[in-house]
Design a protein around this ligand. Structure first.
Ligand code: MN
Length: 325
């Protein structure tokens, strides 16, 4: 159950109704199932974009679903210190808490519906780990990390951070009240989310009630992807069946359609999805590990700069624990 929910969806602003006479509903071109793996010190992830060609993901590079896992006391894990260069990371915690610290003095807690946007740009080091009290207590851990590419002219831009508090996320209802949309970044049907991106994107988390349909106006110049967190339904003009852990890639058009099945499992009573898209950058991608550049030469340079300490150094002191809440 996502931490950000509403008691009465009918009081929210609503999406405009899409006129089928003028709209082009996008078809789904592929559905893939995310393989499971481990990240950092061993926390479970699903690689949402595995098996999909980068040209279809552009401007996105990578997305990990972190959890969903119920940790026993002592079990919660994070990542060690590591570098990034050439892109932006978006960390959205649906449930649970992650602490972030970086080599520029930034940091804070991301929990229960908060999002942190980090423009790595020219480079930094950071660590992402649960705070000590969460390691002690265990508990529910469920989030996402999305990598948004930067065009060549912005790859070496200065690092930037945005802490997006759960209370700032744009809450919108579908036109008939059948779905709750949490707009995290960009704009959907005239409703804006708080995230500011170098590369234009839209990112939202939708909860669609059993039997409900959502028709999202979607910019024709953006790609469109839907990743299912839980539940079952059909997506796109061709009504492709989709379930938890699957990614749908959409073809051209200006409407993204989501239909939740009438019958859902009791443990996941709605169709819960991330919907994302952006303006393709259409540049060559040379990506390896924590770096996303345009050329192999730039990738080698990134490793050299990291080895030489030019991406920053690990602070001697742990972050004092500035809390964004
Ligand atoms: Mn990282």
């Amino acid at each position: 159950m996502p931490a950000v929910s509403v008691d009465n969806i009918l009081v929210l602003p609503r999406l405009p109704k899409v006129d089928p006479a003028t709209a082009t509903e996008r078809k789904v071109s592929s559905v893939t199932t995310a393989p499971s793996g481990f990240e950092g010190e061993g926390f479970p992830v699903r690689r949402a974009f595995a098996g999909v060609d980068l040209s279809q993901l552009d401007p996105f590079i990578h997305m990990d679903q972190m959890g969903e896992v119920e940790y026993a006391p002592g079990e919660p894990k994070g990542t060690p210190w590591h570098p990034h260069r050439g892109f932006e990371t978006v960390t959205y915690m649906i449930d649970g808490t992650l602490r972030h610290q970086d080599s520029n003095g930034g940091g804070g807690l991301i929990s229960d519906g908060d999002t942190q946007w980090m423009t790595a740009g020219g480079g930094l080091l950071h660590i992402e780990a649960p705070p000590e009290e969460v390691v002690m207590s265990g508990g529910l851990f469920h989030g996402f990390q999305l990598w948004v590419n930067l065009p060549g002219r912005l790859k070496m831009t200065a690092p930037r951070y945005q802490d997006i508090h759960r209370g700032d996320v744009g809450l919108v209802s579908s036109h008939d009240g059948g779905a709750l949309l949490r707009v995290i970044a960009g704009e959907v049907g005239g409703h804006r989310g708080p995230g500011v991106t170098h590369t234009p994107i839209a990112l939202l988390h939708a909860t669609v009630s059993p039997g409900a349909q959502v028709r999202l106006p979607w910019r024709a110049d953006f790609n469109a992807l839907v990743y299912v967190l839980s539940g079952t339904g059909t997506v796109g003009a061709n009504r492709r069946p989709i379930r938890s852990g699957q990614l749908a890639v959409f073809g051209p058009g200006d409407v993204v359609t989501l239909d939740a099945d009438q019958n859902q499992e009791s443990r996941s009573p709605a169709l819960d999805v991330l919907v994302l898209g952006g303006q393709p950058i259409r540049e060559p991608v040379a990506a390896y590990g924590p770096f996303v550049m345009n050329t192999r030469q730039e990738l080698l340079q990134a490793f050299e700069d990291f080895q030489a300490g030019r991406l920053g150094t690990i602070p001697a002191q742990p972050h004092p624990g500035h809390d964004v809440l």
